[in-house]
Design a protein around this ligand. Sequence first.
Ligand code: SF4
Length: 208
Amino acid sequence: METLPFNACDYRCERCLATERCAVFKDLSAREARNFALGRDSDGLGAALRDVGEIFGETRNMLAEKAAEYGIDLDELADAGPRDTFEEAKKDPLYLSAFDFMIQAQEFLKTAEPIVLIEGCDFLEDITWHHTVVPAKVFRAIGSEDDPEMRFDAVNSAAVAMNSLTICIMAFGALAPLYPVIERECKELSLKAMELKQYIGSRFCPGS
Ligand code: SF4
């Protein structure tokens, strides 16, 4: 069975056609079933933080097992500090631009949420999901950019960011004529998303 490229995924599982062969989806479903069996919530910030804490715990155990297998002393690595590439990625103009888009989209959502009615809900939901995917995937793309073995990861991550921007642009385009009171903001953000998409494409997918 073909392995899914998870770096090419926007984690919007409810709209994904690959759930049956996806290990991440299987893991999330198992976690939900376990929470249900234990009488615990799966929704909300508290539940998310608890689940993330458990995932980190499981990951730490797996790392410890692998380290023991390869004779690596993890304590020696404890002082290594953050990876330079990620520190550099945080200052990268492309990442800063993607982050800025996310902040502006968040401001837009605060204004739009009380205004948008049923006919615009799906578009607002699209923006709500995808505006956060953009900086996350751009950050990952930049972090993988300089390692030839991770080039595929950079390109896939950039492609997801561009796809999320396309979905946002389409949603802004649909909301503008429906709600003239937010038309100007929709147009401005749509333009910013188009510029950002071009910026990402020229850096990671030149010639596409
Ligand atoms: S099922 Fe979810 S995690 Fe798996 S590929 Fe689809 S969107 Fe990504």
